[in-house]
Design a protein around this ligand. Structure first.
Ligand code: ZN
Length: 213
């Protein structure tokens, strides 16, 4: 799968725009369903370890894309989200979401970008005998692409992303089972973030045994 520089820059920008994960959909070229030309977010509730899309917002996003004359294959097959730290491997929740939401599509892709720059990309086929495979990722500088628009991206983040506080479990015992006590995953990331290069020319694949979280 390839990103054009615009989509890649926007994903990287939004990955670091707030102290939470962020998710959205890849919009692809009609002629090349594996060339991501834009990354679009919808209203979502996020924490440092989770993203939950608003169902109504997803439905509206799909309607807008159809109105823009795009086919579902161009906007509803590539699920992109970010992870804190430097581990891009899918969590068990990611796997459940991928199967539940995209299990009825003939094919779909789960792409994860970790804040450290590591990536994970899996193509899943649901038709025929089915199957899935990890596929390489690249930023394609030979495609045409729009200029970056940090102001608009920041506004999109503010409009769509609600960051929920992480609360220690023992304070919520009587109220909810859904919360976990989580150490601040960004505590050691500040230095790395400052050195982060917004525009990388290569996207390195990642080995399972390199994950630290
Ligand atoms: Zn995830």
């Amino acid at each position: 799968m390839r990103f054009n520089p615009f989509a890649w820059a926007k994903l990287k920008f939004l990955c670091h725009a707030g102290d939470s994960e962020i998710g959205g959909f890849g919009i692809t070229s009609r002629d090349d369903l594996l060339l991501v030309e834009d990354f679009v977010t919808v209203k979502q509730s996020t924490t440092a370890i989770s993203v939950k899309f608003d169902d109504v917002a997803v439905a509206e996003f799909f309607e807008d894309q159809v109105d823009a004359d795009r086919m579902p294959e161009q906007f509803a097959r590539i699920w992109l989200h970010t992870h804190p730290g430097d581990c891009p491997n899918p969590s068990s929740t990611d796997e459940v979401t991928f199967a539940r939401v995209f299990g009825n599509c003939d094919w779909a892709i789960m792409f994860i970008l970790a804040r450290g720059g590591q990536t994970y990309c899996r193509l899943r086929f649901n038709s025929g005998p089915g199957g899935s495979m990890n596929i390489p990722v690249a930023v394609d500088f030979y495609t045409s692409f729009a200029a970056s628009d940090h102001t608009a991206w920041q506004k999109e983040h503010k409009r769509n992303v609600t960051i929920e506080p992480l609360v220690p479990r023992n304070r919520l015992l009587a109220q909810s089972d859904d919360w976990d006590l989580v150490e601040d995953p960004f505590a050691n990331e500040v230095e790395a973030l400052l050195e982060d290069d917004m525009f990388e020319f290569e996207v390195e694949s990642w080995e399972d045994d390199q994950c630290r979280i």
